[in-house]
Design a protein around this ligand. Structure first.
Ligand code: AMP
Length: 428
């Protein structure tokens, strides 16, 4: 029999379309999270955390049976009792469920939430498209006015500029409401009836059940076929037209550049009025970095009161790829490295390192018997600006050496109150 160690084990790789976010990247992710949370909180948003799994029915009912997400992209499986559950493909449905379930509207229907976390869609992986990806979501409940729509888009664009994202463009459109949408639906159906051959199989099926979804299809032939499709804006009722005008005027007043994009649709009945997408030239094919819109009918559809709402989702992964900030700008380096030689010094180094760490100073030390040379090399590698050198002789003499790695200067520091001395020398 072969020795156990000789049996070759196949290395287990992560699941296709999933990825690790490693140290060196997480610093940037964390920075973005902090900037987003702080900006959103200034605008009155509060954090909500929702589960990563929900009953499948929630997504089927909210996102819609005819969508790519529900038709083919959800990670859905029966749990041990046979109930169908789904890894969330987006956050809005869960936030709406939570708003209704906890009757958050009862004391104050106006609520602003944000959440940051992973979403799961079984799409074909490619650059900028993953099966587990992250979104930053913001949702506002209880305000129907177009002013809040403008404020939301303003906040979103300002997040991008705070994160040094350039080359972004806000695309906006209106989807009308249950009063004016049927006219538009008829116009689209008529238009599509002459295009059937050019449409993909999904769209051929959708064009009778939910023709608006065809405008949303990403298949190039479908996109081409709908280039001259009628615009929803020509079919808006006076109230929806006024709502859209207020949005446009408000965005102009707030100096938010935008383009009106008649192709931007969400083909479900409870999506109403404002819809928007932030596109960038820096991402190639996956050019949408955020998308959002008004869903005035969704709270009611999911069993709550008739309360309007609007929200957006930013693609966090894509955001990290287009920010002008570099992960290296946020890399954490030690403030001081303690090079300890000999048993006694090592034990002291442990005490000092812990005491310094507890006071917010990043002190590193190498626990081991390596030579001074190799410890200095390690300090260099970690880019520690200072090294504290301590051996048995230094301990006996009651003073240790503090070396400035840039100037190569070394000063003797008394052992008593070494922690305070280091802090006073302001290593930070
Ligand atoms: P959606 O929820 O489809 O409106 O998407 C909102 C944003 O999430 C998009 O603009 C993308 O930036 C991002 N996003 C959507 N799907 C993926 C994916 N599979 N991988 C990475 N980012 C995604």
């Amino acid at each position: 029999m072969k020795d156990r160690e000789e049996i070759p084990y196949k290395m287990i790789q992560l699941i296709r379309g999933f990825k690790d976010i490693l140290p060196g990247e997480t610093e940037l992710w964390r920075h973005i999270e902090k900037v987003a949370a702080s900006l959103f909180e200034d605008f009155g948003f509060k954090e909500i955390r929702i589960p990563v799994m929900e009953k499948t029915e929630l997504f089927a009912r909210s996102i819609g049976e005819d969508t790519d997400i529900v038709e083919k992209e959800m990670y859905t499986f029966p749990d041990r009792k046979g109930d169908l559950i789904t890894l969330r493909p987006e956050a809005t449905a869960s936030i709406v469920r939570s708003y209704i379930q906890h009757k958050l509207y009862a004391s104050d229907p106006v609520r602003k939430f944000y959440t940051i976390g992973p979403m799961f869609r079984r799409e074909r992986p490619q650059k900028g498209r993953y099966r587990q990806f992250y979104q930053i979501n913001a949702e506002v409940f209880g305000v129907g006015s177009a002013y809040i729509d403008a404020q939301l888009i303003f906040m979103l664009m300002n997040l991008f500029s705070r994160l040094s994202v350039t080359d972004t463009e806000a695309h906006i459109n209106s989807l009308g409401c249950p009063v004016c949408r049927p006219n538009f639906r008829t116009a689209i159906s008529e238009f599509l009836s002459s295009k059937t051959d050019a449409l993909c199989a999904d769209c051929q099926r959708r064009s009778s059940r939910n023709p608006l979804r065809v405008l949303d299809c990403k298949v190039p032939t479908c996109r081409e076929a709908v280039t001259d499709a009628p615009s929803v804006l020509e079919h808006l009722c006076p109230e929806c037209a006024e709502h859209f005008d207020i949005l446009k005027t408000s965005l102009k007043n707030l100096d938010v550049p935008f383009v009106t994009d008649k192709r931007l649709v969400r083909g479900l009945d409870y999506y109403t009025r404002t819809t928007f997408e932030i596109q960038t030239g820096s991402l190639g094919a996956q050019n949408a970095v955020a998308g959002g819109g008004r869903y005035d009918g969704l709270v009611k559809t999911l069993g709550g009161p008739d309360i309007p709402a609007i929200g957006f989702a930013i693609g966090f992964d894509r955001l990290t790829e287009i920010t002008g900030l570099k992960a290296s700008d946020f890399e954490q380096k030690p403030d001081v490295f303690i090079a300890a030689l000999g048993e006694k010094s090592q034990s002291k180094a442990l005490e000092w390192a812990c005491a310094l760490n507890m006071q917010g100073i990043k002190a590193e030390t190498a626990f081991g018997d390596s030579s001074l040379k190799s410890q200095m090399k390690r300090a260099d590698k970690l880019a520690a600006p200072y090294v504290l050198i301590v051996g048995d002789k230094e301990l006996e003499e009651g003073a240790v050496l503090l070396r400035n790695m840039a100037t190569k200067e070394q000063v003797s520091v008394p052992l008593d109150n070494i922690v305070e001395t280091l802090k006073a020398n302001s290593l930070k």
